[in-house]
Structure formats: structure tokens, C-alpha cells
Design a protein around this ligand. Structure first.
Ligand SMILES: *Cc1c(COP(=O)(O)O)cnc(C)c1O
Length: 402
């Protein structure tokens, strides 16, 4: 074992080098036919990805942000609506809501899963909304109609969908899953007594194929999954300037198509996704075991019995987060924070009028979380070094505070 070797936060090189021949064959095939946009490679990938997600349909688009935006628009979210989500997510979640013409409003997260807390959602719907004379659910905060919920399956673990879907049904709200970090994550519905794939429980699911995601393109990419054929067809129109037939524009749309090269590349990589996810789960279990043996100091991820997470990120919590990251950095270990500033505290959302203390769980968690190196080919030796350095840091920190 070479102790001087750095441990990256993410290794994107190895999986692509391993698949280099297959990936370059895609490129060759595309340049020989010059079928750069759409066509059979995109259609094939859509069928394969829908099968992977156990949905009837998948519509490939050019990013996860567009997937979410198009899904919300196609599901019927309108200008001036309110869409409820969490402040502990990447800004793309709320950008998509705003770009669909709606206003994001937040509910806090669960302190153990870091995902939407269904009890907070219930509280929001019961106490922070009223029902108008026409029977519409109106947000007291913005006086606008609440029409949809976007649960985010953050870090590769699904939100508690049974509870969220039950509230959605009760209040007649649409649910679009932000599954951009959760390709292949699973959820056991106690209500339906079976496992579900991420992206198959809401009206639609949105996925990102940004290179660092569990399934990543060699560039940008995204997809919408759904069992609703009409919603899928509307998304296909929206991604292609609102046309189903060339130059016949039923609505205004966007240029949101996926490149054929990226679709071909994604088909090659999709064959490995289940295996890569299984390895991520093994790596997470190894971290958990090593941290348990090193006698605590950090809080390791919580996976409820109803969840099979795919560990897009392995996130731990500690009080002196900055100190720990600096120490790990000096030891050549890459780390990240997902995310340091909750969305309601971002300058971009000053106009929403939220203040410090509005989402105490998110705020507390955001100051303590650290993402450790996590990728399928991370080795047990590397993990041993990460956990040793964390333990060494915590011991020194403890000794200096005594
Ligand atoms: C990556 C990501 C997105 C956006 O995906 P892009 O492909 O980068 O547009 C949206 N939501 C979450 C939670 C993400 O992690």
C-alpha cells in the first residue's frame, strides 16, 4: 500500500478508461452516420433506462435541470403556482421550479435521512396553507396556489415516499421526484408491500447524467421517467421546440435534446450501473464498519429498513467540519460539502424572504456535513486511511479542547 498516494473525492478516469474501446466505438458509429441528434441511439437508451427504472417511458433530455423543468411543465405546473421542496438540495431543484414559472417554498428535512420530513410537509399543508372558496390550496406566505411537491432523493437515498404520496393524494398535489442523485435507489412501500425504483413513484421522475452522477454521460444529459404516456409525449415536444412534427409547433418549447453520442455512451455505461451501485453499497458498509470500530466521533449515514440507497455521496457529520476537512486535505484526501449554504440562505433567493432559523434542521446539518471519497472502485485500503485520518483528527481535537 502506498501511503503517499492521494485519495481523490471521486475517480472519473478509471471507469472511462476501462470502457474506452466501447465508448470510442459509439463515437465512430455516430460520426460515420452523422446522426448527431435524436435517432435510434436516443430511442434505444430511452427504452433501456425506462426498463431500468421500472417505468413505461423515459424521455432523454440535455440535463437534469431540464428534466425537472420539463416534467413540472408537462405535469401541469403553471405560472404563479407554488411548488414545495426542501432547502437542503442543489440549486437546480429550485431553478427548475422557477423556470417552470412557479415559486419554490420550503419544508425542513429529517435530521437522520437529510431528506424531506413528511411531518413538516403535513404541518406546512395544514397550518401554512388555507383552502380558497374555489377549493384551491393557497399558501399563506405567497397567497398563491400550491400545486406540486418535489421530494429530492438526496445523496442516493429516496425520501419517505409513502408518507409524501399520501399527503399529495389528500391535498391533490402533483409529485415530481428529483432523482438526479438516485439512479437505481429503491424504496419499500409499506402501503403497497413492494419495492419501487427511484423515479417510478411520482407522476414523473427527473434524472441527471452529469459526469459525476451514478450514471454519467461524457458531457451533459438527463431524463424524465414516467408511467404517463401523455406526459412523456409532452416532454418530447417541450425538448424539441414544441413540435411533434417538424415545423408544426403546438406550443413553444426549448432546445433540450440529448446528443446521440451521449445516448450511446449512456447505453454502454447503463449495463454497469447495477454493479457500480452494488459496489457503492459495499463501500458504504465498509465505512460504517470502520467508523463503528474507531469509536465514533462522526455520525455515519442512516439507512432506514425501507430504503436501499445507492450512495451517490457518503456523507458524515461532525462539529468541527472545517477542521476535519483541512486535516484530510493535508493528508491528500479529497472531500466535499453537499451543500454548505441552504437554498433559503442563498442570495438568489433573498426575495423569497426566508430568514435564519426558518429551517433549523437544514441549517444545523449544513454546518456539519462532509462528503468523504465515494466511488465504485474505492479500495478498502483507501477507506482504512480515510477513517484513520478522521480518527487522528478527532483525537487531536479532543486533546486540545481538554
Ligand atoms: C445534479 C442535480 C441536478 C441537476 O442536474 P444537471 O444535469 O446538472 O442539470 C438537480 N438536482 C439534484 C439534486 C442534483 O444533484
Amino acid at each position: 500500500m502506498n501511503h503517499s498516494q492521494n485519495i481523490p473525492f471521486l475517480d472519473l478516469v478509471t471507469p472511462h478508461v476501462e470502457l474506452e474501446q466501447e465508448l470510442t466505438a459509439v463515437f465512430q458509429q455516430v460520426i460515420r452516420t452523422a446522426g448527431f441528434i435524436g435517432g435510434p441511439m436516443v430511442e434505444t437508451f430511452e427504452k433501456e433506462f425506462a426498463a431500468f427504472c421500472h417505468t413505461e417511458r423515459a424521455v432523454a433530455v440535455n440535463s437534469g435541470t431540464d428534466a425537472l423543468r420539463f416534467a413540472l411543465m408537462a405535469a401541469g405546473v403553471k405560472k404563479g403556482d407554488v411548488v414545495v421542496t426542501v432547502p437542503n438540495t442543489f440549486i437546480a431543484t429550485t431553478e427548475a421550479i422557477s423556470q417552470a414559472g412557479a415559486l419554490p417554498e420550503f419544508v425542513d428535512i429529517d435530521e437522520r435521512t437529510y431528506n424531506m420530513d413528511a411531518t413538516k410537509l403535513r404541518e406546512y399543508l395544514e397550518s401554512h396553507c388555507t383552502v380558497s372558496e374555489e377549493g384551491k390550496l393557497i399558501s399563506k406566505r405567497s397567497k398563491r396556489p400550491v400545486t406540486a411537491i418535489v421530494p429530492v432523493h438526496l445523496y442516493g437515498q429516496m425520501a419517505d415516499m409513502d408518507a409524501i404520496l399520501e399527503l399529495a393524494e389528500q391535498y391533490r398535489l402533483l409529485v415530481v421526484e428529483d432523482a438526479c442523485q438516485a439512479h437505481g435507489a429503491e424504496y419499500f412501500s409499506r402501503k403497497q408491500n413492494r419495492w419501487f425504483q427511484a423515479g417510478s413513484m411520482g407522476r414523473a421522475g427527473a434524472f441527471s447524467f452529469y459526469p459525476g452522477k451514478n450514471l454519467g454521460a461524457c458531457g451533459e444529459g438527463g431524463a424524465i421517467t414516467t408511467n404517463d404516456a401523455r406526459l412523456a409525449d409532452t416532454c418530447k415536444m417541450i425538448r424539441d421546440h414544441g413540435q411533434a412534427k417538424k415545423y408544426y409547433h403546438d406550443i413553444e418549447g426549448y432546445n433540450g435534446r440529448l446528443d446521440s453520442i451521449q445516448a450511446g455512451i449512456l447505453s454502454v455505461k447503463l449495463k454497469h450501473l447495477a454493479g457500480w451501485n452494488a459496489k457503492r453499497r459495499e463501500r458504504a458498509a465498509e465505512y460504517n464498519r470502520l467508523f463503528a470500530a474507531s469509536e465514533g466521533g462522526v455520525r455515519t449515514p442512516y439507512e432506514p429498513s425501507w430504503s436501499r440507497a445507492v450512495y451517490h455521496l457518503y456523507v458524515v457529520r461532525t462539529e468541527d467540519r472545517e477542521g476535519m476537512m483541512a486535516h484530510l486535505g493535508k493528508s491528500g484526501i479529497g472531500t466535499g460539502i453537499h451543500y454548505p449554504i441552504p437554498l433559503h440562505r442563498q442570495r438568489a433567493y433573498e426575495s423569497l424572504g426566508y430568514k435564519v432559523g426558518d429551517f433549523p434542521v437544514t441549517e444545523k446539518v449544513a454546518s456539519e456535513i462532509v462528503s468523504l471519497p465515494m466511488f465504485p472502485n474505492l479500495t478498502a485500503d483507501q477507506q482504512g486511511r480515510v477513517v484513520n485520518e478522521v480518527a487522528r483528527f478527532l483525537q487531536t481535537a479532543l486533546a486540545t479542547t481538554k
